[in-house]
Design a protein around this ligand. Structure first.
Ligand code: ADP
Length: 633
């Protein structure tokens, strides 16, 4: 096949643009990324060869890193699985992660420093080659095939792909270094000792030998002057004693092993010798992956048996809501050639999984108690997972109990996040229920007319601003024997004496206004279930509330946005009998319920109640006409 010129996928192009115009301050990490890929390719070949005898032949896994000052290149090669032509096009030319576009949009809008943080959660893997190289060649031959391909790109719009010659399976990557990395400036990546230092720093735990050529001085003429040496120690970090491992070593390990770009937020290093013997080295990453809650996110832990890699992304250890956890489990009690199917049935896996889950929950509780700032950081990234965890444990009281104290919510009082226990602690004696309100964000809830009196009475409301919040709260049902009560539901009332007095007064007025309320309802039609008087407003004239068992308006909106009309809220319009507009309504009603002025006022009030909730009325132009009419009258 002749040389083919292909375009990068649009997203890849933009990502490459970011990498080339290097937003990375740390230029060294390209080596770690490429060695990681090489190590993964060796893992894949080893796993393949367990079932495919043809691949097993004298396979001596190794990674070579060869700098060359003359050609200003670094060559990184492995004899791993390699890639076919199609795989090269699919793996190297495209990014298949969900949310890539959103992510790139976000980066475009942010400053350089913020962009660098963002890209960390995304990871650019192979593309990091373009941090240091202005041209990259990749020659690869898939194990079990005898044809090779060569891929070449300068990291701008396109790449070339052509047939190539290669003697064995695996991948060779040649980086043509930009001149600032060849010794003129701060970096000299053509220097063998410089690269040796980087490998020791970033890739020491790689399980395969990383070899380099070293020049040997003062050798007799007849002996070779080049010596091949393995640079990394290859000793798995998790087999070492906890007390001997520094935080830096852990950090580098996770970066290398899990393609993390930032040091993890929290580390779990667990050794157990019970019925099942295992070592686990897990972490909570610093940041949630861009696609963490998308279906294409691949959760799971790496699995080792007697330090030998068995499989990646093993989902059977931890429940799905802990999908953000990363790391590995090494257990001699799991057989080497275990299949995914057998794994699912394995008692050992279940025992280890349960113990790990318990350990994670314990450590999170401890973090919440001892280091609130750190927990807050965790919550910002992964709080949604805990909430999903509560929801998923709907029928498992024990699991629910373990999770409910890990929840944080924003409230009307603190300005910062509160646990449910802290909220309950602050409740005045007369308050019987935990007040909640759902909304798009804190500002939207604070602006609700229902909030005025609550604020005035010094009471506190928990804000539910994430769509999953309402489900979580519904699943909990109660906390510390106190029920949750939405302030925007029909059955909400304030418990203090003053409020109860106002309520009784309003009930008295309501007795005499039955006809009026019936006619207002008639004028508005079936959109509302009921029109009634309220004691929950002070300066506001109207508000919309929902039925006690109905979903909230916020939930209805969320589901409508997902084209799911299943969640329909039952609307109830409430009028403030102490507001001037109510007296106007009474006067117009006295002139006749069929007058257009009365009807207009009714429908306008309803439209306004919708607007307060951020809902567009059915007839905005009509509403605008009515209001301009009123303004000019
Ligand atoms: P990631 O490693 O996070 O998947 P990369 O951009 O680093 O992302 O690599 C993309 C894909 O290209 C890898 O998933 C792998 O399938 C393939 N790949 C990269 N390097 C190699 C290599 N040395 N040998 C075989 N396949 C490779």
């Amino acid at each position: 096949m002749p040389v083919e010129k292909l375009q990068f996928q649009a997203e890849t192009k933009r990502l490459l643009d970011l990498v080339v115009n290097s937003i990375y301050t740390n230029k060294e990490i390209f080596l770690r990324e490429l060695i990681s890929n090489a190590s993964d390719a060796l893992d894949k070949l080893r796993i393949e060869s367990l079932t495919n005898n043809e691949l097993a032949d004298d396979f001596e896994p190794e990674i070579f890193v060869l700098p060359d000052a003359n050609t200003k290149t670094i060559t990184i090669s492995d004899n791993g699985i390699g890639m076919t032509r199609d795989e090269v096009i699919n793996n190297i030319g495209t990014i298949a992660k969900s949310g890539t576009k959103d992510f790139l949009d976000k980066i475009r809008e942010s400053s350089n420093a913020a962009a660098q943080e963002l890209i960390g959660q995304f990871g650019v893997g192979f593309y990091s080659a373009f941090i240091v190289a202005d041209k990259v060649e990749l020659i690869t031959r898939k194990a079990g095939t005898d044809s090779a391909v060569k891929w070449t790109s300068d990291g701008t719009g396109e790449y070339e792909i052509e047939d190539a010659q290669k003697d064995n399976q695996g991948t060779i990557i040649v980086l043509h270094l930009k001149k600032e990395f060849c010794g003129d400036d701060e970096y000299n990546f053509t220097d063998v000792y410089e690269l040796e230092r980087l490998i020791k720093k970033y890739s020491d735990f790689v399980r395969y030998p990383i070899k380099m050529n070293f020049e040997v001085k003062d050798k007799p003429e007849d002996e070779p002057s080049i010596e091949v040496r393995t640079v990394n120690s290859m000793k798995p970090l998790w087999t070492r004693n906890k007390s001997e491992i520094t935080r830096e070593e852990y950090d580098e390990f996770f970066k290398q092993q899990l393609h993390e770009w930032e040091a993890p937020l929290e580390i779990f290093h667990v050794k157990a010798e019970g019925t099942v013997e295992y070592t686990a080295l897990l972490c909570i990453p610093k940041r949630a992956a861009q696609n963490l809650y998308y279906s294409d996110y691949e959760a799971g832990l790496q699995l080792y048996s007697r330090h030998v890699f068995i499989m990646d992304k093993c989902k059977d250890f931890l429940p799905d809501w802990l999908r953000f956890m990363k790391g590995l489990v090494d257990s001699p009690d799991l057989p080497l050639n275990i299949s995914r199917e057998i794994l699912q049935q394995s008692v050992g896996v279940k025992v280890i999984g349960k113990a790990l889950e318990k350990n994670i929950l314990k450590q999170l509780s401890k973090m919440l108690k001892d280091d609130r700032d750190k927990y807050q950081e965790f919550w910002t990234q992964f709080g949604k997972s805990i909430k999903i965890g509560v929801y998923n444990s709907m029928f498992d009281t024990k699991a629910k109990d373990a999770l409910k104290d890990l929840l944080l919510f924003q409230t009307s009082k603190e300005g910062k996040f509160s646990t449910l226990a802290e909220y309950v602690e602050r409740m005045p004696d007369f308050q019987k229920q935990i007040y909640i309100a759902a909304g798009k964000d804190a500002a939207a809830i604070e602006a609700l007319p229902q909030m005025e009196l609550i604020r005035e009475r010094g009471l506190e409301v928990i804000y539910l601003t994430d769509p999953v919040d309402e489900f979580t709260i519904e699943t909990l049902h109660e906390y510390a024997e106190k029920h949750f009560q939405s302030i925007t539901k029909e059955n909400f009332e304030l418990d203090d004496a003053e409020s109860q007095k106002v309520k009784a007064e309003v009930e008295e007025i309501a007795k005499t206004q039955g006809d009026l309320l019936k006619d207002v309802k008639e004028a508005i039609g079936d959109a509302v279930k009921e029109v009634r008087l309220t004691s929950r407003l002070k300066s506001g004239a109207v508000c919309l509330v929902t039925g006690a068992d109905s979903p909230s308006l916020t939930m209805e909106k969320t589901f409508a946005a997902m084209n799911n009309p299943l969640f329909k809220a039952t609307q109830i319009l409430e009028l403030n009998p102490n507001h001037a507009v109510f007296h106007k309504l009474e006067n117009l009603h006295a002139q006749g319920k069929d007058s257009s002025e009365f009807k207009d006022l009714c429908t306008t009030l309803y439209s306004l109640a919708l607007l307060i909730e951020g809902i567009m009325p059915n007839n905005p132009a009509d509403l605008a006409n009515k209001i301009t009419d009123l303004l000019t009258r």
